[in-house]
Design a protein around this ligand. Structure first.
Ligand SMILES: NC(=O)c1ccc[n+]([C@@H]2O[C@H](COP(=O)([O-])OP(=O)(O)OC[C@H]3O[C@@H](n4cnc5c(N)ncnc54)[C@H](O)[C@@H]3O)[C@@H](O)[C@H]2O)c1
Ligand SMILES: [Zn+2]
Ligand SMILES: [Zn+2]
Length: 392
């Protein structure tokens, strides 16, 4: 079959690879009908995520049709149309019982890497390095789905692929980011990043009772989407007269936003700020693992007693985080890989009820063969690219 494979920093290609097979009784193999490129994939393309190997198949946002099931999978049959959360969960371990699915203790088959780096290993992920199990991803014609008896959700015929696909990751991720804010009615929620995750976080903030939502970015078409589709006020951080901090304080009469969401993560741009330049140099020289400019800024901007929610992915040891400010202002931090399985069904109901149509952010619909071009176009924010859906 054909699949999108990683071969090094900035180098992804379509290769011919062996078809996936059932390896465990709880597996299914699906024929992929739609798959998306995620901001998280850019951390792989840009070399921020360690333990990638040449030939690894990428892709963790995908859906398709069941072609084969293992002997323990009784809830699925050939031909079922399903979507699959980006993280794998066994459904029964200590963490799964607490619905902390992204912390599943059974699905990461190579926990030794992450345990060394993080103390404990997170769940297995599709197509996301050997730190998270070294599983093949779904930017391919076919993909093996481990734990398919728990981690496959049937999609009703009334929902097109484009409406359902983002339930695999970015819609639940934006939603959990907003939920993690513990929004009180009328709160002002500031969201750094108007990429797919930031846009869904903004939409979700309204759903959860925000009184005001502010989106921050510098890419014009993304800011325009935040205004048009999320009804957010926006700040272009490359054009502010003073700073994002001053602008947010002015907008909130000196108090600061109640809730701050970092939907940018490890590869923040800094519009020339000193800390961001230093981050870039350190990352370039392999002296730093992340560029946490946004996290620093959010901590400084947030009102006293407020919440910082971090859906943005960080990788390693972060530098110069103003913990003094966070501690003395009494901030609450919540973060994590999304517990996707928790959100698929409730959010699917919202889509079915036409409360939200997640397909609003798709700008590019392409065959899988165009994936190498699409990765670079999405990374460089060229061609007004916000979200790519590939059709294998
Ligand atoms: N927690 C999870 O489970 C989970 C799931 C999916 C994605 N993510 C992460 O969420 C983040 C966003 O994903 P995405 O798909 O929206 O990515 P994306 O790259 O499309 O969007 C990131 C946006 O941040 C903007 N940005 C950069 N520097 C900024 C700054 N200083 N201030 C404000 N905005 C800035 C960029 O211009 C871009 O529009 C990534 O780190 C991704 O890995 C996490
Ligand atoms: Zn993703
Ligand atoms: Zn589990």
């Amino acid at each position: 079959m054909k699949a999108l494979c990683w071969h090094g920093i900035g180098d992804v290609r379509i290769d011919n690879v062996p078809d996936p097979k059932i390896e465990n009784p709880r597996d299914a193999v699906i024929k992929v009908t739609s798959t998306a490129i995620c901001g998280s994939d850019l951390h792989l393309l840009d070399g921020y995520m360690p333990t990638m190997e040449s030939g690894d198949i990428l892709g963790h946002e995908f859906m398709g049709e069941v072609v084969e099931t293992g002997s323990a999978v009784s809830n699925l049959k050939k031909g079922d149309r399903i979507l699959v959360p980006f993280n794998m969960a066994c459904g029964s371990c200590f963490f799964c019982q607490k619905t902390l699915y992204s912390c599943c203790d059974e699905s990461n088959r190579k926990p030794e890497y992450a345990t060394k780096m993080m103390g404990h290993a997170p769940a297995g992920l599709f197509g996301y390095s050997h730190l998270t199990g070294g599983y093949s991803g779904g930017q391919a014609e076919y993909v093996r789905v481990p734990f398919a008896d728990f981690g496959a959700f049937k999609v009703p015929d009334s929902l097109t692929d484009e409406k359902a696909l983002f339930l695999t990751d970015i819609f639940p991720t934006g939603y959990m980011a907003a939920e993690n804010c513990d929004i009180e009615p009328g709160d002002t929620v500031a969201v750094w990043g108007c990429g797919p995750v930031g846009l869904f976080a903004q939409k979700s903030a309204w759903i959860l009772g925000a009184g005001r939502v502010i989106g921050i970015d510098w890419v014009p078409e993304r800011l325009a989407m935040a205004e048009k589709h999320c009804k957010s006020e926006v700040i272009d951080f490359s054009k502010v007269e003073t700073s994002v901090y001053e602008t947010l304080q002015e907008m909130t009469k000196g108090r600061g936003p109640d809730r701050c969401i970092d939907a940018v993560g490890a590869e923040a741009h800094g519009a020339g700020s000193t800390d961001a330049v230093l981050d870039r140099v350190k990352a370039f020289l392999y002296l730093g693992t992340d560029r946490p400019h946004v996290l620093r800024e959010a901590i400084m901007c947030c009102r006293k007693g407020g919440t910082i929610s971090i859906p943005g992915v960080y990788v390693g040891m972060l530098d110069k985080i103003p913990m003094g400010a966070a501690m003395n202002k009494g901030l609450t931090f919540k973060m994590g890989q999304t517990h996707t399985h928790r959100y698929v069904e409730p959010l699917m109901k919202k889509i079915e009820a036409a409360e939200i149509d997640p397909s609003f952010l798709i700008t590019h619909r392409l065959p899988l063969a165009e994936a190498p071009w699409a990765y670079k176009t999405f990374r460089d924010k060229k061609d007004a690219c916000v979200k790519v859906v590939l059709r294998p």
